[in-house]
Design a protein around this ligand. Structure first.
Ligand code: FES
Ligand SMILES: [Fe+2]
Length: 350
């Protein structure tokens, strides 16, 4: 059975947005975990994030201007620096002493790696400025190279449904029917070995015999490894003799009823860049199939039905809930996270 209580993990890195969407000197407002956040990139390229609410009268700071590496509120012109410190209150006259240092907007810890902006979401109103111990999820092989392909889509559902959909092997023949991928008529018996990995689990590298049609593009039968880690990050590594393609799919909880799915790809296949514009509609169509099914699922979920997870096709989903619960407990008890996943071979037909 599926845990019905909705909750979001804290003290963990969430995928915020692709770095390419935030140009130097620009700001962007985004809700994450139901919190209004202002993301901005200084002229020197550094990204910062602040609570998107002016401490004076609550107007979003993102309604104001970003100038000279300071945010100016659109209402009364109070200014804030990149750390959220108030630097100016235009209405003050000489002699009206005011201690600016007491006035701060909450700053979020953000980090940009491999072209992605990650945000560390601390507990409640707390503020973290030092890098936490937990590392940021990285795509293997590509060091500090940015992604070459990105597609972002909003799903009108709570995080867990988007995540479970992402790791659900049994839906493919029914949801992802397309001439360029698979017809849905043929099923394969899959046997995959899984091992625990940091904050999640990994489907061990395996030759992909029952390929979707799209894979011939990269030459030869590829080997595939897929790992999942909390809070909602899936990294797939596809390798052939000479080529590597990695994709990262992250789900960002926008609110209790909305999630954002970001699909990013990294590759060393030179000509793939040339056909990337052709792949864009395919990726969009693929993600949209997942989105459409989630929309239909919402119709039934309104009635709060009891949901099931079965062996072996739903074991990954079960692990997800176990991982999430353990992470929440470990954080609450102030102890180290103990990965509940045990090595196991899973079989299913898909
Ligand atoms: S509301 Fe922002 S300066 Fe007054
Ligand atoms: Fe899917």
């Amino acid at each position: 059975m599926i845990e019905k209580k909705n909750f979001f993990l804290r003290n963990i890195w969430y995928y915020a947005l692709p770095g390419g969407k935030l140009k130097p000197g620009k700001m962007l407002a985004k809700t994450i975990l139901g919190e209004p956040i202002l993301f901005a990139r200084s002229r020197n390229g550094k990204v910062f994030a602040l609570r998107d609410i002016c401490p004076h009268r609550g107007i979003p700071l993102s309604c104001g201007r970003f100038e000279g590496d300071e945010i100016e509120c659109c209402y009364h012109g109070w200014r804030f620096d990149t750390s959220g410190r108030c630097t100016a209150i235009p209405s003050l006259v000489e002699g009206q002493e005011f201690d600016f240092s007491r006035l701060r907007v909450k700053q979020y810890l953000v980090c940009e790696v491999q072209g992605n902006i990650w945000i560390y979401m601390p507990e409640g109103n707390s503020e973290i400025t030092e890098m936490p111990e937990m590392e940021i999820p990285m795509v293997p092989y590509f060091k500090d190279k940015p992604y070459q392909f990105v597609e972002v889509m909003r799903f009108p559902c709570y995080l867990d449904h988007a995540v479970v959909g992402l790791m659900d092997p049994a839906h493919s023949p029914f949801v992802h029917r397309a001439w360029w991928w698979r017809s849905g008529r043929k099923f394969f018996h899959e046997v995959k070995k899984f091992i625990p990995s940091p904050y999640g689990f990994t489907m061990q590298r395996q030759k992909l015999e029952n390929m979707g049609r799209g894979y011939w593009l990269i030459g030869g039968i590829p080997e595939v490894e897929i790992s999942f880690r909390l809070p909602a990050i899936r990294i797939e590594t596809i390798t052939t003799k000479n080529n590597i393609i990695c994709n990262l799919t992250a789900v960002t909880p926008i609110s209790e009823t909305e999630s954002e799915v970001t699909f990013l790809a990294y590759w060393n296949v030179p000509w793939l860049g040339a056909i990337a514009p052709l792949l864009q509609p395919l990726a969009r169509a693929f993600l949209n199939q997942d989105r459409q099914v989630v929309i239909k699922q919402q119709i039934g979920l309104q009635y709060n039905p009891t949901l099931m997870l079965i062996d072996d096709a739903d074991v990954q989903a079960r692990w997800y809930f176990q991982l999430k619960t353990e992470f929440a407990r470990a954080t609450a008890e102030g102890r180290a996270f103990v990965n509940p996943v045990k090595e196991r071979t899973l079989q299913w037909r898909a």
